[in-house]
Design a protein around this ligand. Structure first.
Ligand SMILES: Cc1cc2nc3c(=O)[nH]c(=O)nc-3n(C[C@H](O)[C@H](O)[C@H](O)COP(=O)(O)O)c2cc1C
Length: 199
């Protein structure tokens, strides 16, 4: 594991995807590893931290997630733009060499089953909370976050620090047809006395 990767308290894990980035979802089952891009990933709860992802039935990654009940979410960087696009436009179903061709580098963290993608800015280990109706009808998977890490060059003390990191660390935000935005400038709103903590 890269020495810049630092653990993130689980109570702050939601912050790794609270800004709505496009993510990479990785999973492994019975010796098969895979990664796909996903724009539809969302924080769901603080404690325990939970999130949702939409995994289409055609994706091979979904099969691995259903088989292992584990997956990892990672936040790719602007430097990984092409990698993110490639992992989202090729399928292991039709392209057995998808991972090699994309050049993606995977690593493992002791105690976690799913592979993680190197070079990202944040990683969340997830365990599926099995909800067959949601999965079958809406392709919607709910998961609990069981581990979280971030690269301290861009996430420190529980907060993103995009404004002071190199531009290649910015997160990607997908529209359609290969068009992404990198996260923009920080804007800080004033807190009201009645505001809830952390909001
Ligand atoms: C930027 C981007 C975002 C995507 N978001 C999602 C998503 O949220 N859910 C989904 O099921 N597919 C999404 N896709 C499509 C999958 O990544 C794509 O079907 C991929 O080829 C699946 O790979 P696999 O079959 O090897 O698992 C997205 C694709 C791109 C390029």
């Amino acid at each position: 594991m890269d020495s810049y990767i630092s653990p993130v308290e689980l109570e702050n894990a939601y912050r790794l995807i609270n800004h709505g980035p496009t993510v990479l979802i990785s999973a492994a089952h019975r010796g098969v590893e895979n990664v796909m891009a996903a724009a539809w990933a969302c924080a769901l709860d603080f404690s325990p931290p939970r999130l949702t992802v939409v995994l289409d039935k055609t994706s091979r990654t979904r099969e691995l997630v259903e088989g292992s009940s584990r997956f990892a979410i990672q936040v790719p960087t602007a430097a990984q733009l092409q990698l993110t696009r490639d992992l989202g436009t090729t399928s292991l179903v039709t392209e057995p060499c998808k991972l090699v061709d994309s050049g993606v580098e995977l690593f493992y963290i002791d105690g976690y089953e799913a592979p993680f993608v190197a070079g990202c800015s944040a990683w969340l280990a997830c365990e599926v909370i099995v909800e067959p109706h949601n999965q079958k009808t809406y392709d919607l998977f709910i998961a609990e976050v069981t581990g979280a890490w971030a690269d301290r060059r861009v996430f420190q003390d529980g907060h993103w620090n995009f404004e002071n990191a190199e531009p290649q660390w910015r997160s990607l935000h997908y529209i359609a047809g290969g068009q992404f935005y990198a996260i923009g400038e920080p804007l800080r709103a004033q807190a009201k006395e009645s505001a809830t903590a952390g909001a």
